[in-house]
Design a protein around this ligand. Sequence first.
Ligand code: SAM
Length: 240
Amino acid sequence: MDAPFSRSATVYDLLYEAAGKDYAAEAAELHRLVQERRPGAATLLDVACGTGAHLAHLARSYATAGADIAPAMLAEARRRCPGIDLVEVDMRALALDRRVDAVLCLFSAVGYMPSAADLDAAIAAMARHLTPGGVLVVDGWIRPADWRDGGYLHALAAGDGDLAVTRLTSSHRDGRRTRLDMHHLVGTREHGIEHLVERHDLHLFTDDEYRHAFRAAGLTVEVVPGPYADRDRYVGVAGT
Ligand SMILES: C[S@@+](CC[C@H](N)C(=O)[O-])C[C@H]1O[C@@H](n2cnc3c(N)ncnc32)[C@H](O)[C@@H]1O
């Protein structure tokens, strides 16, 4: 078993591009959201930035920085976003020496928090990095009521000529914990076909738990439409 986002980091972008994930459109919507609440916002931090796919677009409008816990994801982000400050850190322990007008935590990364207390700690750490009136955008994991009984089986495949990959994910729920076992077959000319297995545990937080975390961190909180119909996007604004 490989650590989450360790060996799969090199195929992450290829898989989500093949799945039709549109980072340019998502970044444009995030820019709109942020500017609507904090006109003139100029600085931004992407927490759990992964391979930097949102940052690459947002860097056209903001002085940006990123943070993530996975060194292999940060290595991809560094390749994509040379010149952007990228920090290896657990979101609960985020303590940068700067504040920004917008903090983002996207694509359900916050679902990796194992308990409501950890969620509170992560949101509080993000909120501490906001300038007065700054905006926090957090994309939650699947709503508990929308998790499909019996779990999910999901397949993705992609290739770019040099690299080919298939990923089969089997997901199960145990109480509030959802476990995603991801099997990748990765083919390269250099190494032939390799089998990578990663286990991702994400927590199904309730709407009350997300809202509590925002309020406890001194932020307003509202839900707005996000990129996925079965997940909520939480937006908070810091006091001035
Ligand atoms: C689904 S990926 C999302 C990456 C990126 N935000 C995107 O939209 O493509 C989840 C990311 O959360 C990161 N992550 C998971 N737990 C974390 C933690 N405790 N602190 C910081 N990052 C974490 C992973 O390393 C991974 O890059």
